[in-house]
Design a protein around this ligand. Structure first.
Ligand SMILES: [Zn+2]
Length: 198
């Protein structure tokens, strides 16, 4: 699908800012804090930190390297497309006989993608994390118009391809799939936990 390429313009977030992705304290949390007895809100916070950390890693591994302050909506789109390779949601092509069937009776070679609901939730968390880490709301690449348009496009495409309507009220939301942490190159060990930081 090349139609999305047209949205690949850079949105205006050229504001130089003082965000330091390496200094957000997220790295110490990403490794092995998997206590399952946390409340919903701290699970959200943990997930948000993990996502933020993942995005920071993505920027570091970006070629050429990319700093958060120069990150635009177009880079966020790149990131979302990159995540698709780890997706688990079958999205049928229009030529597939199962296009539009919610429960296809047989396997097919259509690609797996990140579900729209996952991406939408991810962007929400990253958008919040960006501002919590000192980013200016008006420079928030996760709130860029291109990102909103892309998400809408994904939603429409997936809803048609899977025969599932996402148009209903949001109150009965299916549990969003967690975005798996992509296999980045090994990281240096995290700093020892600070006493009192929990
Ligand atoms: Zn298919």
């Amino acid at each position: 699908m090349d139609s999305i390429r047209e949205t690949h313009y850079s949105s205006n977030c050229g504001n130089p800012s003082l965000i330091d992705v390496g200094n957000n304290g997220a790295a110490s949390l990403a490794s092995s804090s998997s206590s399952s007895s946390s409340t919903t809100s701290s699970r959200y916070e943990n997930q948000k930190r993990r996502d933020w950390n993942t995005f920071g890693q993505y920027l570091k591994n970006h070629k050429p390297p990319l700093s958060l302050s120069r990150c635009s909506g177009a880079h966020v789109l790149e990131f979302l497309r990159y995540l698709d390779q780890f997706g688990k949601t079958k999205v049928h092509a229009q030529i597939c006989p199962f296009y539009g069937l919610p429960n296809p009776p047989a396997p097919c070679p259509c690609p797996l993608r990140q579900a729209w609901g996952s991406l939408d939730a991810l962007i929400g968390r990253l958008r919040a994390a960006f501002e919590e880490n000192g980013g200016k709301p008006e420079a928030n690449p996760f709130g860029a118009r291109a990102v909103r348009l892309y998400l809408r496009e994904v939603r429409d495409m997936q809803s048609k391809a899977r025969g599932i309507s996402y148009e209903k009220k949001k109150r009965k939301r299916p549990p969003a799939q967690q975005i798996p942490t992509p296999p980045f190159p090994p990281l240096p060990p995290p700093p020892p936990p600070q006493p009192g930081a929990s």
